[in-house]
Design a protein around this ligand. Structure first.
Ligand code: GLC
Length: 713
């Protein structure tokens, strides 16, 4: 298709229509759709509707085909609709929520999950997914931490790249592949007070070093779309922010794909207070380089007028239409507007046993063993168990943003423990101790181990799900007290979409963080509890001692008065709690024990064009096989601006047989030691660095080297 010549045949109304994105029920009134919230009464005529360029929120091959057919029959220009949806961590086979995927420290798993999600979603007729969400966040009060990859830009960048590669696979023109949409640009994960949609204000130095890299990684991986964020960024709504969108996103980051707003975001620019009329919003947005307007009609209503009045040049509209038509061309829609949509294939493909098996395998690697006193776990099947708590017979383990995964098809923990041959003396759902009577307590005392299946509900994290208190809801902490009072070993299986304040939870003997692990969560969890598999997840986000510490994150600055010990009064500390987190970034236990020794650098002085090789010997000092996540951090001891006390610069997830020793090698180049200045330019400051290696960010195993500012011949 010759896009330029197609563009020249379009009227201005038809061009403006390509920028309009509507829900499917505008085309077929009785369609069942999941588009969140009621689309504003966008009093559009029939004629208007058949000018739209794309549709969001359809999830059924037959419906997609019906809408596309009706549209192509009615539209003059016959340009096919593009169909977009939120396929975040699975389509009907649901994978662990993204923060759990990040816990695997194994980006290839995210790639596999995205690949399968695309295969399933494409047969439903979807062309574009609004994923990956790569907003870094240092604030667990924010509900959407469940949807991102944690607090560290390096780790989130690895998962951003892997997800885009998984969704887009071997090209978006092929069936079974989705165009990826990196979101939300920018810094949506840093709302003040952790309250969703709230103000974001940060230095450009912080932005470039801690929030920008995962967007850049997704763009470099070839993402075809970027979605703008709801929040203001340093005083300007991101969705009309020329500095962010034209200068940084398209200029510095080199993004030449389609920019789409978030849901109704242009209408909200008025609410932000930047403009009093939608016509002005349309001008601001098109000048900022926004292409598709999701679920509002600023563009559709006013672009023609703005052009007729000479307020904006036609060229701005043409460039947006060109990007949209180019994306449709790359998707192959001009050749086949129904690309991949196949109701029969969809029934055969979704929740395919192979997909479910992959989801289970991934879930096992996303689970984090937080505590395991006296080696309570693994639990062999000869030891009887009692199951209490809200998740005993609960199947909703998919987590938020899993529209199509029917959680009613998921196995419960009770069923999985029984199916796998555990001796269950009691399995009773309850939220708090008062749900268990005297007889229950007596029965509990008959069990060898009590397992408390507890946590947040799936809808307590996700969009518009911020919390100020991060404790176990509904009085579930009384369950742990009740179980502990029996004198029996207590294990907590913890479901949540964010770091929680673990105070009571950590009084249990063992705690396994199960996040929301998707369609095969229960089976994966039971196999980890009984030692069939060894947990290997690590925390992608710091767990605070309490909400008062937030924001708390591992890659913090030293300050001029760091806390060292109680003798120093005038230092950076609290009167009522230590500065330490409850659990650190990178933390996670195993049934195996890993020893690190003999860390060596191949040079103590590194020229600017040399490679530093770091070697460390790691031994599995146990009879239990398993993965270790070997993490590499640096610290630039003297720099301007100052650098964090630790920065993750590498990790390797390595399998060890029992008693196996391996020599692990990392390489660092000068560019790995750089930081961005306030203009987004990488800066390398020669000088002294420490490099750390270990099983978590609190490792102290380190060596020192000097980076010289000269090259060697
Ligand atoms: C929501 C979310 C965005 C999602 C979009 C479409 O408000 O912010 O992430 O892709 O609307 O559902």
């Amino acid at each position: 298709m010759n896009i330029q010549s197609l563009l020249s045949t379009l009227t201005i109304e038809e061009k403006a229509g390509q920028l309009l994105q509507l829900a499917p029920f505008f085309f077929i009134k009785d369609l069942k759709v999941e588009v969140a919230g009621a689309l504003r009464a966008l009093d559009l005529s029939e004629a208007d509707i058949f000018l739209a360029g794309s549709v969001l929120g359809i999830h059924d091959a037959k419906e997609m085909i019906a809408v596309q057919k009706k549209y192509l029959q009615r539209s003059r220009h016959k340009i096919p609709l593009m169909f977009m949806a939120d396929v975040i961590h699975g389509y009907e086979t649901i994978f662990p929520i993204p923060i759990a995927l990040a816990s695997s420290f194994h980006p290839d798993l995210a790639k596999k999950a995205a690949r399968i999600a695309a295969l399933e979603a494409q047969t439903a007729g979807i062309h574009v997914t609004f994923a990956p969400m790569v907003d870094v966040s240092r604030d667990p009060r924010w509900g959407r931490v469940m949807e991102g990859f944690g607090e560290d830009a390096y780790l989130a960048s690895c998962f951003s790249r892997a997800s885009v590669e998984g969704f887009q696979h071997d090209g978006i023109g092929k069936e079974g592949n989705l165009a990826a949409c990196v979101k939300h640009f920018a810094a949506y994960g840093a709302p003040e007070a952790g309250r969703d949609y709230n103000t974001v204000d940060m230095s450009m130095h912080t932005f470039y070093n801690h929030y920008a890299p995962p967007y850049q990684a997704g763009i470099k991986a070839g993402a075809h779309l970027v979605m703008t964020a709801f929040n203001t960024f340093n005083g300007i709504p991101a969705t009309v922010h020329q500095g962010l969108l034209r200068d940084i996103l398209r200029g510095q980051m080199g993004f030449d794909g389609v920019v789409i707003t978030d849901y109704d975001a242009l209408q909200q620019v008025i609410t932000h207070g930047v403009a009093s009329e939608l016509k002005d919003v349309a001008r601001l947005a098109i000048e900022a380089g926004v292409d598709i307007e999701m679920a509002s009609t600023a563009y559709f209503r006013y672009l023609k007028t703005l052009i007729d009045e000479g307020v904006i040049p036609l060229a701005l509209l043409d460039e947006a239409v060109l990007r949209i038509l180019t994306l449709k061309e790359k998707l192959g829609l001009f050749d086949n507007p129904f690309k991949g949509a196949d109701a029969l294939k969809a029934t055969q493909r979704v929740r395919h046993p192979d997909h479910l098996a992959t989801s289970e395998r991934i879930a096992r690697e996303c689970t984090v063993l937080l505590k395991n006193d006296h080696q309570v776990l693994p639990l062999d099947k000869t030891r009887s168990i009692a199951l209490i708590g809200p998740y005993v017979n609960e199947s909703s383990t998919n987590g938020n943003w899993s529209w199509h995964g029917d959680h009613r098809l998921n196995e419960t923990l009770h069923h999985a423990f029984a199916r796998k041959g555990h001796d269950i003396v009691m399995a009773k759902t309850g939220n708090q101790a008062t749900d268990y009577d005297r007889q229950d307590i007596d029965t509990l005392k008959q069990a060898d181990v009590i397992i408390v299946c507890a946590g947040e509900q799936a809808r307590q994290s996700g969009e518009a799900r911020s919390r100020t208190r991060l404790d176990l809801p509904d009085g579930q902490e009384t369950l742990i007290k009740m179980a502990k009072a029996t004198g029996k070993p207590v294990v907590v299986l913890l479901f949540c979409g964010r770091p929680l304040v673990l105070k009571e939870i950590l009084k249990a003997d063992a705690v396994m963080l199960c996040w929301f692990l998707g369609s095969r969560a229960a089976s994966a969890i039971v196999d980890l509890v009984n030692g069939t598999f060894n947990p290997s997840g690590r925390l992608p986000m710091t767990f605070p001692q309490n909400e008062g510490q937030i924001p708390i994150y591992y890659n913090h600055l030293n300050t001029g008065r760091p806390y060292r010990d109680e003798r120093n009064e005038y230092v950076s500390k609290y009167l009522d709690v230590s500065n330490d987190p409850q659990l650190s970034f990178g933390h996670g236990l195993s049934y195996a024990r890993f020893n690190y020794e003999d860390m060596r650098l191949d040079k103590e002085v590194m020229a600017i064009n040399e490679t530093l090789t770091i070697t460390v010997t790691v031994t599995n000092d146990s009879q239990q096989a398993g993965h270790e996540v070997i993490q590499l951090y640096i610290r630039d001891l003297v720099s301007l601006p100052v650098r964090p006390v630790k920065e993750l610069k590498g990790f390797q997830k390595v399998w060890f047989d029992p008693a196996e020793t391996k020599s692990i090698v990392f390489e660092l180049k000068a560019k790995d030691l750089s930081a961005f200045d306030q203009h987004g330019k990488p800066q390398i400051e020669p000088g002294t660095f420490d490099v750390f290696v270990g099983g978590g960010s609190n490792t102290t195993l380190s060596r020192r080297f000097v980076l010289k500012d000269v090259g060697i011949k």
